[in-house]
Design a protein around this ligand. Structure first.
Ligand code: SAM
Length: 278
């Protein structure tokens, strides 16, 4: 056991925390596994941790037992609060719980850097949260790493390289300014109740500067348009982005007949620079 609190099955029964599908509730009940996920993020003793969706607190307990300096956990479901209060009492001054919607809260105001974000995300908002973390108004971001559970298919899209089916907007945005890797694969049975699909923990470390220069907004626009019609050649997919798009594709060292899924991260950054040029 990693702590002296009751086993999670007992916590769920005591507080009647039946999983709600609408909130993406698939709980991790194995505390050895949650401690393992916490360790993927590295030494937490000098870090504040933001956790989204603690639920009954399995991962929260893993983070605290592994020595996180402080954990701020944002949970939308008020039914979980009494169980989380018991954890806060067992780890005095180290856990704050906000009963809020993670999409609406100003999380950075509640933590001190360095900040690591670690979460078994609700699947319905996971990608939206990731995109927001990847494209903050300034870089480097307020967080230094993200350790996040996703459906395996989404995890593969984050770490995909050009030429693969999973390569797209998520891969480019994630890998432009982060090192991203799949750190752990989990079968459906690792969760209660088990989801329909397998899951994976992705670990992303924020780089000080982008791997290749580009304006964030222009890169976002180019990548979104290019992958919106991923099977089309660039000259057709990017039509309307700017009047002389074929020249700009050539100026970026690409061919107008290339398809988005074969263009490397470096190629997209060159294209964003060519599109932004006067
Ligand atoms: N961390 C727990 C674990 O690993 O067992 C629970 C993970 S469960 C996949 C996702 C959690 O996110 C649920 O507790 C759910 O209530 C919560 N949640 C769903 N949508 C949310 C939102 N918009 N903001 C904050 N929490 C949310």
């Amino acid at each position: 056991m990693i702590d002296t609190l009751p086993p999670l099955r007992e916590v769920i029964a005591t507080h009647d925390l039946r999983a709600k599908k609408s909130l993406g509730q698939n709980f991790l009940l194995d505390l050895n596994l949650t401690a393992k996920i916490a360790r993927i993020a590295g030494d937490l003793s000098e870090c504040d941790v933001l956790e989204i969706g603690p639920g009954p607190g399995g991962l929260t307990r893993g983070l605290l037992a592994e020595g996180a300096r402080r954990v701020v956990a944002i949970e939308k479901d008020a039914r979980c609060l009494p169980a989380l209060a018991e954890i806060a009492a067992a780890y005095p001054d180290r856990l704050s719980v906000l009963n809020e919607d993670a999409l609406a809260v100003d999380w950075a105001a509640h933590l001190k850097p360095p900040i690591r974000i670690i979460a078994n995300l609700p699947y319905n908002v996971g990608t939206e949260l990731l995109i927001r973390w990847l494209i903050p108004p300034v870089w480097p971001p307020q967080w230094s790493s993200l350790t996040l559970m996703f459906q395996r298919e989404v995890a593969e899209r984050i770490v995909a390289r050009e030429g693969s089916k999973a390569y797209g907007r998520l891969a480019v945005l994630a890998q432009w300014r982060c090192e991203a890797r799949i750190a752990l694969n989990l079968p459906p049975e690792a969760f209660t109740p088990p989801p329909k699909v397998s899951s994976a923990v992705v670990h992303l470390t924020a780089l000080e500067a982008p791997k290749f220069p580009a304006d964030q907004k222009v890169l976002e626009r180019v990548v979104a348009k290019a992958f919106n019609q991923r099977r089309k050649m660039l000259r057709a997919a990017l039509k309307g982005l700017c009047p002389d798009i074929e020249d700009r594709i050539l100026a970026a060292g690409l061919r107008p007949t290339d398809r988005a899924e074969t263009v490397s991260l470096e190629g997209f950054c060159a294209l964003a620079r060519a599109v932004a040029a006067d």
